[in-house]
Design a protein around this ligand. Structure first.
Ligand code: C2E
Ligand code: MG
Ligand code: MG
Ligand code: MG
Length: 275
């Protein structure tokens, strides 16, 4: 009987596993073709200085428009792209496209681009950034690269060398999703980031959780004493904006200000908001 159950369980699970592996395999096959088929797009989400409500920059966010699946979220394909080595060419496309778009904007507006931990392996990143800047004519100081703690965990010395190389090129470096990892604070000491992006989970829980508000206050005060800008992510309500401002945050990003915009809509947003 036990044996029959065991076999039953096995037979029940196996097709499901196959299905999942086939779905992944299907996604992988499609992902390998996506660049050539021009299925990627970038959307741009505004970032404002809270004081004066001034537009200071945009973050480029990657979208995959799949012919049958529709819009695929980066959360669903970036881990796979990292695993199969595709994040490097995709990341290069993102950098080149974002720099070219930002070169059309006023000089006061920056562009932030997300980098994967995988892009920090080897020395190719510095060449990629150099050529994206040269190809677009964008001033290095207008490019901001966002990295998460995950990238720093890898091999600290090699990663620090790349970060310092980026700094020498004149680009800015931001720490993304700050506070979600285990040793965010120690990384601030190892590398002088230009900006700290406080993760949206803190912004969301701030109203109900006093610890979150205290963490935001501590981070903004630490940031200002290190000469770093602090930006809160995922600001959705006027109350959240008022709270982060009261805790000392200088910039904000989130649906309250704007959803991520197509390139055309971002240009219209700039035309309406930037003198
Ligand atoms: P992230 O860099 O932390 O980006 C912020 C995410 O929060 C974006 O999700 C954005 O659309 C979303 N968001 C912005 N404002 C709000 C808000 O008010 N409320 C809520 N609930 N969400 C908000 P998205 O575009 O789905 O991107 C998810 C993540 O995928 C990004 O997190 C980033 O880690 C990664 N990613 C996106 N584009 C790229 C890329 O070009 N390269 C790499 N390596 N990663 C990317
Ligand atoms: Mg980001
Ligand atoms: Mg983030
Ligand atoms: Mg994130």
């Amino acid at each position: 009987r036990a044996k029959a159950d065991g076999r039953g369980t096995f037979r029940f699970f196996k097709p499901e596993m196959d299905e999942r592996m086939q779905a992944r395999r299907g996604l992988e096959i499609d992902l390998r073709k996506a660049l050539a088929l021009k299925e990627f797009e970038l959307v741009y989400q505004p970032q404002t200085r809270i004081e004066g409500d001034t537009v200071v920059g945009f973050e480029a966010l990657l979208r995959w428009r799949h012919p049958d699946r529709g819009l695929v979220s980066p959360a669903d394909f970036i881990p796979l792209a990292e695993e199969i080595g595709l994040i490097t060419p995709i990341g290069e496309w993102v950098l080149r496209t974002a720099c070219r778009e930002a070169a059309l904007w006023p000089d006061s507006i920056t562009i932030a681009v997300n980098l994967s931990a995988v892009q920090f392996r080897g020395s190719r990143l510095l060449d990629t950034v150099t050529s994206a800047l040269a190809g677009s004519g964008l001033a290095a100081a207008r490019l901001e690269l966002e990295i998460t703690e995950g990238a720093l965990l890898e091999d600290t010395d090699a990663v620090l060398a790349v970060l310092n190389g980026l700094r020498e090129l004149g680009v800015r470096v931001s720490m993304d999703d700050f506070g979600t990892g285990y040793s965010s604070l120690s990384y601030l000491q190892k590398f002088p980031f230009d900006k700290i992006k406080i993760d949206q989970s803190f912004v969301r829980s701030m109203a109900s959780d006093r610890d979150s508000a205290a963490i935001i206050r501590a981070v903004t005060s630490l940031g200002s004493s290190f000469g770093m800008t602090t930006i809160a992510e995922g600001v959705e309500t006027p109350e959240q904006l008022a709270r982060i401002r009261a805790e000392g945050c200088t910039e904000a990003q989130g649906y309250l200000i704007s959803r991520p915009l197509t390139p055309e809509a971002a240009r219209a947003f700039i035309a309406a908001r930037v003198a």
